[in-house]
Structures are given as C-alpha cells and as structure tokens.
Design a protein around this ligand. Sequence first.
Ligand code: BV8
Ligand code: ZN
Length: 230
Amino acid sequence: MSRIVVLTGAGISAESGVPTFRDADGLWEGHHVEDVATPEGFERDPATVLRFYDERRAALGAVRPNPAHDALARLEAAVGEELLVVTQNIDDLHERAGSRQVLHMHGELLKAWCTSCDARHPWTGTLIERPACPSCGEVALRPDVVWFGEIPYEMDRIVDALGEAEIFVSIGTSGAVYPAAGFVQHARRHGARAIELNLEPSEGTFFFHEARHGRAGELVPAWVDELLGA
Ligand code: BV8
Ligand code: ZN
C-alpha cells in the first residue's frame, strides 16, 4: 500500500553532477531530442545514439548520491512499503543511496535490451561496438531506456499507486514530459495531498497544494524530517 508516492526527475540528480535536460548546459545541449531520444533517431544514426548513452553510462562512475537521494532512502527505511519512488531518471543514484522500491518508468542506463529476444542485461560497458546479445547472440542490443513515442515502463503499477496515495511529492522535474507530468492530477483526483519540491515552479506547479522552491539537497531532507516528525 503506497501511502506516499514520490516522483523524481533530473533535478534530484543535478547536485550529484548529472546534467539535467533543460538547464542551459542541459543534456540535450548539442543534440536534438529527436536525434538521440527517439526510435527514429536510433534507426537513422545508431552510432550517435549509442555514443550518447555510452558517455552518460560512463559518467555515472564519477557521480555519487546527494542528500536528497539519501533522505528518500532514510524515509523508506522508516516507512517501508508505504513509500514508492517513481523516477524518470535512468541513473542508479536512488539505488546507490539505499532505496529499494524504485520504479524506473523511463528505463535504466545500466541495462541493455535485446530487440531480438527481448532479454534485458545489466550493462556497465559500451554498446557502440554493437556487442552480441549474451542470450541469443544476435547484434540487437540497445539502451534499455524509454524514448519519446515509446510506452513508459510499469504504468499499471504506477497508476495503482497514485490511486492509493495519501501524499504525492514531485521532486526535481520540469513537468514537461507526459505521462509523468500528469501524475499529480491523477493523484489529486484520488484525494492525495500534492507537494512540489523543485528549484523553480514547474510547468504543472498550479496542480500542487503546496510548492517549495530551492535545491533538492536541502528541501528533501527537510521534508523527510518533517514527515518523520524529527
Ligand atoms: C508516451 C529517457 C504514450 C531517455 C525520457 C504533445 C503534447 C503532450 C505530450 C506529447 C505530445 N507529443 C508527444 C507527446 C508524448 C511525449 C511527451 O510528453 N513529449 C513532450 C516533449 C511534449 N511523451 C512520450 O513520448 C512518452 N511516451 O507518451 O507514450 C503513452 C502514454 C501513457 C501511457 C501509455 C502510452 C515517453 C517519454 C519518455 C522520454 N524519455 N528519458 C533519456 O533519459 O535519455 S524523458 C527525459 O526528459 C527524462 O526522463 C524526463 O522525463 C524528461 C526531462 O524532464 P525532467 O526530468 O523534469 O528534467 P528537466 O531538465 O526537464 O527538469 C529538471 C527540473 O529540475 C527543472 O524544473 C529544474 O528547475 C529542476 N532542478 C534543477 N536543479 C535542481 C532542480 N530541482 C531541485 N534541485 C536542484 N538542484
Ligand atoms: Zn537477444
């Protein structure tokens, strides 16, 4: 029973040094979204797309969870299954901070997906050299991430959790990408209290009962302390 559903976006990893998508030096800098985060872009120029994700996968080694990730892990340690973290991020910082109930609705950088046999493999190396799938041997591996136009993972579980939630908290997301940007409305329709913790008002800020603006590294630990009555 997910009493508390937390949605995270690129902003929660910003203080760990992972670039966000829409800031000035954002991830899409130098790339058009349609070239590196769509199936058509991959079809057109697989090498550019594979290199884009290889670079991001390699960069994960140099970043660490920040106090916002740590606070969510602390909250899970306190309330267990009552907390569900749904993340739009494809990094593994929530897991490295100790969170265990994390749904990666847009996939994971550290996994490769075989489009021939549908197997998913933990992947820390590169894909640019088009390695064979460890299961079927076909040269059909791609990053296990959800591109624009593709269906996000775990939508049934997420919609169920949003329907049960008493509290919905959105952290570090611009509210620009659907269906994640619509979760606040779904949660509110089912009676949840909606809180936004973000550097600045998101595109959906008016859907929230409460919005706190500032850095996640400060706002999230403070909110968790409040919730746990510290
Ligand atoms: C789908 C993985 C159907 C890859 C990503 C027209 C209108 C409406 C919708 C659409 C439309 N045309 C197409 C669509 C659908 C489309 C969409 O929404 N397009 C947008 C651009 C309009 N969506 C899709 O295609 C999705 N699929 O709809 O399928 C469907 C729907 C429902 C059910 C079944 C089927 C798939 C979208 C997934 C794309 N993949 N990522 C990768 O990572 O490379 S999206 C990617 O961009 C991220 O995952 C994330 O979702 C998004 C970026 O958003 P944020 O995470 O919010 O990051 P951003 O930089 O934008 O914002 C950061 C925020 O943090 C800012 O607000 C900033 O102020 C704040 N911040 C910064 N620093 C800090 C901070 N906050 C706190 N502390 C800090 N230190
Ligand atoms: Zn395979």
